[in-house]
Design a protein around this ligand. Structure first.
Ligand code: PLP
Length: 382
């Protein structure tokens, strides 16, 4: 029941074998995407089959890269609720607003989706030592899935990463190195040391399968909307794997005939203290420049340079979307609004979508009757 055929460069289309561990394209240095026999899937897989499957991200097995299901490393990645807002609608003058609440996943953030997939594939490929640069939540997610699988996790994170992330990694027995710098500096250390140490680098989008885990957000959303996607998706963007993954998922669903060509406008929200994608979008550039002196209370958005920048910008442009920056004060206010009006205790990154929504509504870019989804990518952490 597996249809994975190969890996393909998302920029130059060079193909690679999926039976061996791969990172970036050897020719152009860009991310590799898993590809599937979509024609075959279209003939054998029916939407109705989902009714009999467990309500987790693994229910989309035909479009996932794990070949032998016994390799799946899971802590119960349940489908996350799509919560229709009640009181928030009046605040924004919108008729149809939902929150996709990712805080219910293991470790309290949607990073669980990507790392559950990456660790499962690592197990399938016989890898045992994994290394990651992370601003926080990805480190926690790798630590717990590696622990579950009995693998080594080598974590490199900024020294001012949230205490929750440092603690949870250490509790799970990961080897944690605090870096005097940002996630990009942590990434350089992993790149320098990995060959000598025998580590496999699971940096986001430098490893081909985390994006497949995050893709399941898009698959779930399509299913929860009964295969008619919403008009607008607002998503807090750091490394961009979520936007890129959902976009890939929508393409695949269309290719197998489960949805039509109508796609949501993809709106990327970043922090004003680190907004490389917003700047590139405003300037009409295909790639983003590294953001100097990045700083924000939303650790997951503190990514000054993303290897998949061109993919994020493509999804935004192709969808007719936008990119907006919001300040830390606006993010904090967003957390209050979520909690006060909907009883939702969100992470700062998730609350950034509320702040972004405010700007878009004020600018008249969202019509009151449009169906809008905010992604709350994680839960509140003290
Ligand atoms: C990592 C992270 C983000 C950014 O996600 P990308 O898909 O990498 O852009 C947003 N919110 C939270 C809570 C995160 O941990």
């Amino acid at each position: 029941m597996n249809y994975l055929t190969h890996l393909e460069c998302s920029r130059c289309a060079e193909t690679y074998d999926h039976d061996v561990p791969q990172n970036l394209c050897a020719k152009c240095g860009k991310p590799l995407f898993p590809r599937y026999d979509l024609e075959k899937i279209a003939t054998v897989w029916r939407r109705t089959s989902l009714a009999q499957r467990e309500a987790s991200m693994w229910r989309y097995a035909e479009l996932l890269p794990v070949i032998d299901a016994t390799h799946i490393v899971s802590l119960g990645e349940q489908m996350t609720p799509l919560i229709q807002t009640k009181r928030l609608n009046d605040v924004f003058g919108l008729e149809a607003l939902w929150v996709k609440d990712e805080s219910r996943l293991p470790t309290g953030s949607f990073k669980a989706r990507g790392l559950a997939m990456a660790v499962s594939k690592a197990k399938e490929l016989g890898l045992t030592k994994l290394a990651i640069p992370s601003a926080g939540n990805a480190a926690t997610a790798l630590s717990i899935y590696a622990a579950r699988a009995g693998m080594e996790a080598h974590i490199f994170m900024p020294k001012d990463a949230p205490a929750f992330n440092r603690d949870t990694c250490q509790l799970a027995g990961a080897k944690v190195t605090l870096v005097d710098g940002l996630i990009t500096d942590a990434g350089k250390i992993v790149a320098e040391r990995k060959a000598g140490e025998g580590w496999f680098d699971v940096s986001t989008l430098k490893e081909p399968y985390r994006v497949e885990g995050k893709k399941t957000m898009g698959l779930e959303l399509a299913e929860q909307f009964n295969w008619e996607l919403p008009d607008v998706i607002i998503y807090p963007t750091g490394g961009g794997t979520g936007i890129v993954g959902m976009w890939k998922g929508f393409e695949e669903l269309e290719a197998i005939g489960w949805i039509d060509g109508k796609r949501p406008r993809m709106i990327s929200v970043q922090s004003a203290g680190c907004a490389p994608i917003v700047k590139a979008w405003e300037e009409g550039k295909p790639e983003a420049e590294p953001w100097p002196d990045a700083k924000t209370m939303a650790a997951g958005l503190c990514v000054p340079q993303a290897v998949g920048d061109f993919l994020i910008l493509n999804a935004i442009r192709q969808s007719g979307g936008a990119a907006v920056a919001v300040t830390d004060d606006e993010i904090r206010r967003g957390m209050e609004i979520f909690a006060t009006y909907e009883g939702l205790l969100s992470c700062p990154e998730g609350a950034a979508t509320v702040a972004g929504l405010r700007k878009l509504v004020d600018a008249g870019e969202i019509h009151p009757a449009e169906r809008v989804v905010l992604f709350n990518t994680g839960g509140y952490q003290a």
